[in-house]
Design a binder for this molecule. Sequence first.
Ligand SMILES: C[S@@+](CC[C@H](N)C(=O)[O-])C[C@H]1O[C@@H](n2cnc3c(N)ncnc32)[C@H](O)[C@@H]1O
Length: 438
Amino acid sequence: MHSPKRSPVPWSECCARSSLESGERVRFLCAVEPDVGPEQGNIVTIPVGYIDSCFSAKNGTPRQPSVCRLSRARLTINKSVFNNPEHCLMGLEQFSHIWILFIFHKNGHLSCKAKVQPPRLNGAKTGVFSTRSPHRPNAIGLTLAKLEKIEGGTIYLSGIDMIRGTPVLDIKPYILEYDSPQNADLSANTYNEQGGKLESKYSQELVNVADNWEAPNNLQSSKAWPCQNQDPFYASDSPVSKNNQDKCLGHENSSKTKLGKAECIVQRVDITSTMNESKRSQPVAVTDTYLSQDTGSTTEGGSSMSIQHEQCSEFQPLQEQHQPAGDNFTLSSSVPPWIKNSSVATLQVRFTPHSEMEINQFKAAGSADAAKSFRYCRSPEEMKHVIITILAADPRSVYRRKQCQDRLFYFTVDTAHITCWFSEGFAEVLQVKPLEAS
Ligand SMILES: C[S@@+](CC[C@H](N)C(=O)[O-])C[C@H]1O[C@@H](n2cnc3c(N)ncnc32)[C@H](O)[C@@H]1O
């Protein structure tokens, strides 16, 4: 006999009965509603550890890691999650920065509003998802921290904005190549059916399409993905940006000599663009002049935010400390070599004449034949580009790559079902059928 399905417990009720302390909220929800699983967005979380930070209260804690590079913390992996915590940290020391996902356990209440007032908007409201407000439907925070060193099961961090006791849900390496929109697929690894690189004109057209589709309003006019100084993400989340701010703070350091030319340019634009017009011609070596003026601005959740130019009297160069991955006072992030030079080769991608013809039969969205219409792609060329980039990166699992090389490989893109096969150094698309017909 079926027991009647219980109705989900509203957040407000959970709120009244549960605590955000120690990350218990989600666990509590699952305990109350055991039938409600990940498909409904409910998971059991067990904090992998707790932050021991130089900040004990919300007041005065930096609003973003980029505000104060010298804010330090320790994160010790919970032994109840892994018997040997040091095992789960293996390899992490090769990254200079890590993402930390955590619970805003001291929000005090779970109510969240659709519009919030970020401090930098000075009273004006904006949608919660355009901000980094702690008050959001699921009180999850995301911080990009500098990894100073790892000792046993403890990670030493700097550049953090979390208070002591913050439950940490997850840790992920920061990988510029994956985590920055400027490294979108449009720049590399794309081959035409003859195995050559896509022509630049073709790529450029696709870049323009991508711009229209994805770029924020203020970037619509740009021809390619925004360079770093224009990138709204860059301002608060990028280690380079963080360092720019250190420069604003007058924290000159040895990294200057490590700067590549492009980074130098970015840095100059980045800083000077935040200054008054009269200051735009200032040279790259931005130091205390700007420090005292507190005129720099960056974005926090889409709103304009002045950098808090606190005079960090406790400033101690971090060179003396462990510098992961040979990073000598970070201006850019570093990753282990296998990220950039994977032993998995980039594949050339070919289409049989038949599959190419099949792609060309797809129509623009909204055409009469729904089964043969795209829903997301805007043209057969765009569909082709998506397929090329997916296959060029070799989407097969290690098992399939090694044990079942000669098996056909199937996947779907938009309304198309794609069949292909792989051989040494290439993938060939054999068939592209409308999903319903496959
Ligand atoms: C604006 S949030 C941004 C956090 C994260 N970088 C993000 O974007 O999700 C940072 C502020 O959250 C507050 N905060 C930090 N840790 C917290 C915690 N465990 N519970 C509640 N509030 C916290 C502090 O006042 C800090 O200034």
